[in-house]
Design a protein around this ligand. Structure first.
Ligand code: BGC
Length: 511
């Protein structure tokens, strides 16, 4: 009998060990993919290279939901921040009261400086530029028959400058902000949930394609819908500052956004067909390498996998299949016209997050932005752990799932230092990942650094600085290029990462 028991015990132990190695996702020990592969690393010239910005973060304030939040938070003194960097306090914008009044109003002053900004990008080897068109700038008031002429004139000037400089525009239609009037209640609902929201969206998108369809080939309908929903409806750190009970309660918003995507996808393609032009339309997702907090614990490994599925892949799967299935819930929503409505997959990549399954609430894992017990790990000013290998993993996974062209539409680090050693390290190590992904057959076609210039970092205010170019808010928004701007130019000029540059930048800079 004792013998039988010990055999059963042994089987259980082996099964547990086995499941710990095969169930869920691994916690990567290496920070690089294929660390044995040395330089040089070739960066293909046929990629689109550039930087990205978004309207609410760089343009002068428009009457949007975000502008209203910014003004209300300031007036009410809600300018605190969470206990750790990168953890926003619900309803607050960190240190907004400390920012110069001009910065609050003019953000990065892109309106007056875009020509110089874009020239700088071009001079530094960029071939493309990603920006968003502000819905509130074209439709500042409800019920307008036509878009605001001044708003149109601004974007016309941006497009003309891009064309003159030879920068290919990558246009985003919804990057977190929308007109303030859309948030007045209609039929008991606000914002995207209003019964007439999609009608207004259709009006906005139709105007954009009518005016600018001849200028744009690459469109991104929605920027990071899950960040918008998570931050706006679960965490209360983005407008509409709600804290709903759980994932199923926010599903209606995700579904609305997917319907909005479908409408935009169709309008853009109809317009392009009528013009005899090509268009590529997709959306971009915020990605992280979600890995277990405790690598040995099956629960955390499975939790990490489910978090990645819910946060990154559910939406993209829906664009492929036409049905939105929300992981961990009963939600299963077929959406008409959604199937196949992506011509490419947009990837925004920001490092590694660790997932700890909470024993008290299995549906709400605790997310750690870094692991302080790991002496090898380095985080950005927002406390986000750098993890180059994760970019390779995400690109591989997207390629495996969809087999479509991939664009890294954002990648960057918050590094306020003038000599931005961490950003330079990140640029080189992440572009190595992109180069290796291409070399193993991943169809990645573009890289856009977040961001061109320092800007308004949402609930983090002006403290987190992501720019290849520093903005001196206290001195007329003066532009001061950081070394990473020249480094990116050198990588592009030389067509890759030389052994010399690799040696110089591969190691983490001293703290
Ligand atoms: C967003 C940007 C943001 C960046 C850094 C992305 O989630 O698209 O608007 O500034 O990450 O947080």
């Amino acid at each position: 009998m004792a013998r039988v028991l010990s055999v059963i015990g042994l089987v259980l132990v082996v099964a547990a060990l086995l499941s710990a190695t095969v169930v869920g996702v691994d916690r990567g020990e290496e920070r690089l993919t294929q660390p044995e592969l040395g330089p040089p690393y070739a960066l293909p010239a046929d990629l689109s290279w550039g930087a990205a910005v978004a309207a609410q973060q760089v343009e002068h304030q428009q009457p949007s939901d975000w502008t209203r939040f910014e003004q209300e938070a300031l007036a009410a003194g809600r300018t605190g921040h969470g206990e750790e960097p990168g953890v926003a306090l619900p309803g607050h914008i960190a240190a907004l009261d400390q920012a110069p009044a001009e910065a609050r109003q003019y953000k990065a002053d892109f309106d007056r400086q875009f020509t110089e900004d874009l020239k700088l990008a071009r001079q530094h080897g960029h071939t493309a530029f990603r920006f968003s068109i502000d819905w509130a700038r074209l439709y500042p008031r409800p019920g307008m028959d036509a878009p605001d002429p001044e708003g149109l004139a601004f974007y016309r000037a941006v497009f003309d400058t891009l064309r003159t400089l030879g920068l290919d525009p990558y246009v985003t239609l919804f990057h977190f902000s929308s007109p303030a009037w859309l948030w007045e209640e209609v039929g008991g609902a606000r914002g995207w949930e209003r019964p007439d929201a999609l009608e207004h969206w259709r009006t906005f998108v139709s105007a954009v394609v009518r005016e600018f369809g001849g200028d744009v080939r690459s469109w991104c309908t929605l920027n990071e819908p899950m960040v918008f929903v998570y931050n706006g409806y679960l965490e209360g750190v983005f407008p509409p500052l709600e804290r709903r009970a759980g994932p199923a309660e926010v599903a209606p918003v995700v579904i609305r956004l997917l319907e909005a995507h479908t409408i935009a996808y169709r309008l853009i393609h109809e317009d392009a067909a009528a013009r005899g032009r090509e268009a590529q339309v997709g959306l971009t997702q915020h990605t992280r390498a979600f890995e277990p907090w405790r690598g040995w614990l099956v629960l955390d490994r499975v939790g990490a996998q489910m978090t990645a599925q819910a946060f990154i892949w559910d939406v993209l799967d829906a664009l492929q299949t036409g049905v939105y299935r929300m992981t961990g819930t009963e939600v299963e929503a077929p959406i008409q016209g959604l199937a196949g409505s992506m011509d490419y997959v947009g990837i925004n990549y920001y490092g590694r997050f660790y997932v700890e399954v909470s024993p008290t609430d299995l549906t709400r894992p605790i997310i750690h932005p870094n692991d302080p017990s790991d002496p090898e790990e380095r985080s950005s000013d927002l406390g986000w752990a750098l993890y180059p290998r994760g970019l390779g993993l995400v690109l591989d996974e997207a390629q495996r799932r969809y087999g479509l062209p991939l664009y890294v539409l954002e990648h960057g680090v918050a590094d306020a230092a003038d000599d931005d050693r961490l950003r330079q390290h990140a640029l080189v190590t992440h572009l190595r990942e992109l180069a290796l992904a291409r070399a193993r057959g991943v169809d990645v076609r573009g890289y856009f650094h977040w961001s061109l210039v320092d800007n308004f970092e949402w609930a983090e205010g002006f403290g987190a600085r992501f720019g290849l170019v520093r903005v001196d808010y206290a001195d007329g928004f003066r532009r001061v290029p950081r070394p990473s701007l020249a480094l990116m130019a050198q990588l592009l000029r030389e067509g890759g990462i030389s052994a010399e540059l690799w040696t110089e930048h591969q190691a983490l800079p001293p703290r």
